[in-house]
Write a protein that binds this ligand. Structure first.
Ligand code: 0RA
Length: 657
């Protein structure tokens, strides 16, 4: 632990010799997760974000407006920008080029361009040297002052000093790296994950053009799959993207942009006719999933200003008559907003280090929102009235919801254990050892009950399709039998008056919540409904890694007294081919599982429930923006895109179609 601190300390006022520098990158290779979060899919993708962030910084400094990311056949990735190019001149004390220092010294990048907003904590901002340390090969090309410079590395070590390889009329930096497969558990890049981040960056940094090209895939025209993202109106376009499946209440989003006490703030917000609150907050382009002071500042400014406006204009008299108090939640029902701030020295806190802790930011944002929103309401009386009417409706609905909720909770207290009758609970009481299977249908539920390990596995059968919470008022959700059962089985309380969706996970009865549905289109739809419910009402459950999806097999192939299960079409073909090669003396049969119900309890246990054999997919929230966009699309009014999406993504949809 100390050696790492020493290295960091010595870098702060850099006097270290080459040997210490090597130790620096060795430390990254020894404990990669400390620097990039983890060594699986997430960490792998963070390498790209780290390199792109450097180009974004160059763009924010005003010197670059194009960034091109390319994924190659071998899963190496390059990032090209048209900035000034990383300086290549000799570093006095180092006796080597500045470029080499940037690529081999932890946190060295930031020393060159002061005044831009680099991130000192969280997952980003560790510097391209980290990417270099974790790559088996890295090539850098700098185009600067009419020349083309080049250097290559292996495992963070230079193969030769920076050399001039020719003349150049362009300007910029090209970095291409191949992640080290002895460090990462996964080395395959996911195109849509990278593309989603590029889209997000384009919205967050208007004016920059980001392109991503995947040389592993071709489109219908025979060109490499590629997308270009560019936004002129920044967060306004972002809101449009987020809400393109929702009906909006005002023509244009409300837009706030400015700087207060040295903190640049950009906010766009829009009310729609849904019942969900949909806030996305960023600090230095990092999605702060857990919120923090910028978000609470936004909420405070919004509540205070809207309330004052409504009071001054006597718009809430109806509620007074019904003795309904308005709460903070009511001001955010059906609100989509993006809050982006830049903080020079951000403090990140929370479980996933995505919560802004700087206390000064709350007042700064809240004041900015109050001022700007007050002006907006004065200038847009028609929109202002629509918004306040919507808030009043929300308060009335919440009032009704509270009554429904109280009913649920009272019932639970009254009925003995308080657990749903349909729940087959497990005997172990240690939540960290326990799992709850949410199973589609009573029949599969029955099989699961027979097949399970009843010490640690509980089964809750669900009847058919659960309520689509995307389209339902809150109290409808709390009235739904299936949803009540999920809440009570999990043991989480539903929330307080002030924040009706805040979850109390301390009493969570199972640390794994496993969605188990048929491997067909209907099953995918039910899984999506459940995920939508978790995403909207129990997001903390997903964020803390408690939600999983079971993967039942598609086929059982028998040959004599051997048997094999297959999870994909390819597997089925491969196994049948192999059996054909072995010879034809034994007969081969293929059984297609249309649903969980067609398996007997032993088979279901063996393939899908037994912790030793099964493969669970953990649901993560790496990109809340994409999740929100997808759920609002899937669960909205427009049937076309939903069908298309489910058919594309329900793994085995084609077979059923
Ligand atoms: C520091 C100084 C200068 C450029 C950069 C950093 C720079 C870094 C990266 C990383 C990726 N792309 C980049 N582009 C530029 C330039 C200082 C000067 O020219 O005066």
């Amino acid at each position: 632990m100390n050696d790492l601190e020493n290295i960091k300390g010595s870098n702060a006022n850099y006097t270290a010799d080459n040997i210490q520098v090597l130790e620096g990158l060795e430390a990254v290779r020894k404990r990669p997760a400390m620097y990039i979060g983890d060594i699986s899919e997430r960490g792998l993708h963070h390498l790209v974000y780290e390199v792109v962030d450097n180009s974004i910084d160059e763009a924010l400094a005003g010197f670059c407006d194009r960034i091109e990311v390319t994924v190659y056949e071998d899963n190496s990735v390059s990032v090209l920008d048209n900035g000034r190019g990383i300086p290549t001149d000799m570093h006095e004390k180092e006796h080597r080029s500045a470029l080499e220092v940037v690529l081999t010294v932890l946190h060295a990048g930031g020393k060159f361009d002061k005044g831009s907003y680099k991130v000192s904590g969280g997952l980003h901002g560790v510097g391209v040297s980290c990417v270099n340390a974790l790559s088996k090969r890295l090539e850098v090309d700098v185009y600067r002052e009419g020349k083309h410079f080049q250097q290559e590395y292996a495992f963070g070590k230079p193969l030769y000093s920076v050399k001039e390889v020719g003349a150049s009329t362009q300007r910029g930096t090209f970095i291409k790296f191949t992640p080290d497969d002895t460090i990462f558990t996964v080395t395959k890049y996911d195109y849509s994950t990278l593309a989603a981040r590029m889209r997000e960056l384009a919205f967050l940094n208007k004016g920059i053009t980001l392109t991503i090209t995947d040389r592993r895939q071709k489109d219908d025209q025979g060109d490499f799959v590629s997308e270009t993202f560019h936004s002129e109106r920044g967060l306004i376009d972002f809101i449009r993207y987020l809400d393109d499946n929702r009906e909006r209440l005002t023509d244009e989003p409300i837009y706030i942009e400015g700087e207060k006490s040295g903190v640049p703030i950009e906010i766009a917000m829009q009310y729609n006719n849904s019942y969900t609150e949909n806030l996305h907050s960023y600090v230095n382009n990092i999605n702060t999933h857990e919120g923090g002071t910028h978000l609470s500042g936004f909420r405070r400014g919004l509540t205070r200003t809207l309330k004052k406006y409504a009071d001054d204009n006597k718009l809430l008299e109806k509620l007074d008559k019904q003795k309904i108090e308005i709460s903070g939640d009511d001001f955010r029902e059906g609100l989509t907003a993006v809050i982006s701030v830049k903080v020079a020295e951000p403090q990140f806190e929370g479980q996933t280090k995505t919560k802004l802790g700087n206390s000064e930011v709350e007042g700064i944002v809240s004041q900015m929102v109050s001022e700007a929103l007050t002006n907006y309401l004065e200038e847009h009386p028609k929109e202002a009235k629509n918004i306040v009417d919507k808030v009043a409706l929300a308060a009335q609905a919440r009032h009704a919801a509270r009554k429904a909720r109280e009913l649920v909770q009272r019932k639970n207290v009254l009925s003995g254990s308080g657990l749903p009758g349909k729940l087959a609970d497990c005997s172990d009481k240690d939540p960290s050892k326990c799992e709850l299977f949410l199973v589609e249908g009573d029949s599969a539920g029955g099989t699961a009950k027979q097949g399970r390990d009843n010490k640690t596995q509980a089964i809750l059968p669900l009847r058919g399709k659960i309520l689509n919470v995307e389209k339902a008022l809150q109290h409808r959700a709390f009235e739904s039998e299936e949803i009540k059962n999920i809440y009570t089985a999990l043991g989480v309380t539903i929330g307080t008056e002030e924040d009706s969706k805040a979850l109390n996970l301390s009493k969570l009865r199972y640390h794994k919540v496993i969605i188990m549905t048929d491997a067909d289109v209907d099953g995918a739809h039910i899984a999506t409904l459940l995920l939508t419910f978790f995403f909207r009402y129990m997001r903390e459950l997903i964020e803390n890694g408690h939600v999983y999806i079971a993967t039942p097999p598609l086929y059982l192939i028998k040959r004599g007294n051997e048997h094999q299960y297959c999870w994909s079409e390819e597997e089925r073909v491969a196994i049948l081919n192999r059996y054909q090669e072995i010879g034809k003396e034994k007969s081969v049969s293929v059984q297609r599982y249309k649903g969980l119900g067609e398996m007997n309890d032993d088979q279901l246990w063996e393939t899908t429930m037994d912790p030793k054999n099964r493969m669970l997919r953990q649901v993560s929230l790496d990109n809340a923006v994409e999740a929100d966009h997808t759920f609002s699309m899937l669960m909205g009014d427009d049937v076309g895109p939903r069908r298309e999406f489910i058919e594309r993504n329900a793994k085995f949809a084609q077979i059923d179609a």
